[in-house]
Ligand binder design. Structure first.
Ligand code: HEC
Length: 144
């Protein structure tokens, strides 16, 4: 028996697929742009106090976030957890030792704020890039 291919239906399927691809691409780019903008605001209002305007850190007290080999070498999950739950104990960043305390993210900052701020850091000053979702922040908050 001959299988019949409906040319009109194939064409519609192809058109639909192409439309979906082009429709979602700009949305993703917009999402990241919005995250970066929000992240910059959160960074400037909170993180910058310690890590400084260009993420360069401050003497031996606050480690740099700019081109941080610590950020590069740790799983994203761990970075998110450090920011939302806090971090202390000796760490080495770009060859310098730090032994301070970063307190947990204050409660007035939402999961959206945290996702945006970390996305901003990951995509600034020579860091490796990537996007942090609200779901990833929620998951990190649970593991205390
Ligand atoms: C009150 C000061 C303070 C604030 C505010 C602060 N941090 Fe930190 N942060 C620290 C200290 C101190 C350490 C190192 C902790 C240690 O020695 O174990 C650290 C470590 C880090 C690290 C890992 C080490 C590195 O340099 O790569 C990351 C990533 C980080 N902070 C991101 C952030 C982000 C993002 C924010 C804002 C949401 C933030 N920090 C706000 C003080 C602060």
């Amino acid at each position: 028996m001959k299988t019949t291919v409906n040319p009109l239906r194939s064409l519609c399927t192809a058109l639909f697929a192409v439309t979906m691809i082009f429709a979602t691409m700009p949305v993703m780019a917009q999402d990241k742009a919005a995250l970066m903008k929000k992240g910059e605001t959160v960074y400037k209002s909170y993180c910058q106090t310690c890590h400084q305007a260009n993420g360069q850190g401050l003497s031996t007290v606050y480690p740099p976030l700019a081109a941080s080999d610590y950020i590069k070498s740790k799983p994203k999950k761990e970075i998110i957890s450090s920011v939302v739950n806090g971090l202390n104990g000796e760490i080495t960043v770009n060859g310098k030792k730090f032994n301070g305390v970063m307190v947990a993210l204050p409660k007035n900052y939402t999961d959206e704020d945290a996702a945006a701020a970390i996305t901003y850091v990951l995509n600034s000053w020579g860091n490796p890039g990537g996007v942090v979702s609200v779901a990833e922040v929620k998951a990190a908050r649970k593991k205390k």
